[in-house]
Design a protein around this ligand. Structure first.
Ligand code: MGP
Ligand code: SAH
Length: 265
């Protein structure tokens, strides 16, 4: 990635007062114009905030985990447009319900709500779930989303939907230090456990995974159904891998079936 200029609104927090000597930690954080302080390691994500949310400046809310794990909007759009293709496999009145099992601050949820009739957005973190709701309002699509606070693993047996999208925690930005991302060492549950939970709901599963994971292992999570692996790029830079299972393995992201905010269903 090329060197980025510091954004005009960004201030690196430096307490220059003579009375208050600069603390060591000050070099380790930066402060946004809204007064939010983040660790300096996250500045590279802040610098591309408008690629994460094209409408970032219209009131998007985000926290540390949200910043480093939100799906860039161009990738979230590709995924949502592909999932919307399932519409063609149902009857002409077919409605698509998508579960975003780990919604975070709503990067994927918002795009699913633009392309599909109903989204169930789940997160265990109260604050991030509220941020996702706020961010969906910024995009004018909150009315198509049901927000649920809870653990997807526990909720899965009670849920029904056409598609399950999973973008779980990968263990933070340090995931990239490993030569190969180990699907068995994800936080909380293995990739296979998350997949088994999702398939209780539908075989149409989407797994958003680190770019250093092995595509063969991803396909082997479901050896009995088709799988298609997509490499996700933004501005020519390899960012992540998306694996599509079930009927979604045969879909593409070319159909312009975008729903407008507040479209009647
Ligand atoms: P990255 O590799 O941490 O950053 O995340 P980047 O911009 O490639 O930096 P580089 O300097 O390493 O090249 C790339 C993308 O993966 C992020 O923008 C997120 O969409 C996604 N992502 C990163 N992490 C750490 C997570 C995570 O823990 N969970 C999920 N679901 N997505 C993540
Ligand atoms: N795709 C999202 C980012 C997801 S980050 C976006 O584009 O914004 C992963 C999220 O999973 C975090 O917000 C974390 O709080 C949530 N999470 C972790 N364990 C969970 C669980 N068991 N059930 C539901 N959500 C969980």
């Amino acid at each position: 990635m090329g060197k980025r200029k510091r954004g005009p609104q960004l201030q690196i927090s430096e307490k220059a007062s003579a009375k208050k000597p600069k603390h060591k930690e000050d070099d380790k954080t930066f402060t946004t114009p809204e007064g939010q302080t983040f660790p300096i390691e996250l500045k590279r994500y802040w610098d591309i905030r408008r690629n994460l949310f094209w409408r970032f400046d219209e009131g998007i809310q985000i926290d540390e985990e949200g910043l480093f794990s939100v799906t860039p909007e161009i990738i979230a759009q590709d995924t949502a447009s592909r999932v919307a293709q399932l519409h063609n496999k149902k009857d002409e009145y077919g409605r698509i319900c998508v579960i975003d099992a780990f919604c975070g601050v709503g990067g994927n949820t918002i795009k699913f709500a633009e392309w599909c009739e109903h989204v169930i957005a789940i997160d265990v973190d109260t604050k991030r779930l509220e941020m996702a709701r706020n961010n969906a309002e910024v995009y004018g699509v909150a009315d198509r989303i049901e927000f649920i606070l809870g653990d997807f693993y526990q909720l899965a047996p009670t849920l029904k939907a056409d598609v399950v999208f999973m973008s779980p925690p990968w263990g933070g930005p340090k995931y990239v230090n490993a030569d190969a991302f180990d699907l068995d060492s994800m936080p909380f549950h293995t990739a296979q456990e998350w997949m088994d939970s999702a398939r209780r709901i539908s075989d149409n599963v989407v797994f958003f995974m680190p770019r250093n994971c092995d595509p063969i292992q991803l396909a082997d999570l479901c050896p009995d159904i088709p799988c298609d692996i997509e490499l996700n790029y933004t501005n020519g830079i390899f960012k992540a891998i998306t694996a599509y299972y079930g009927d979604l393995a045969h879909c593409s992201s070319s159909n312009p079936r975008q729903l407008l905010p507040n479209d009647s269903e």
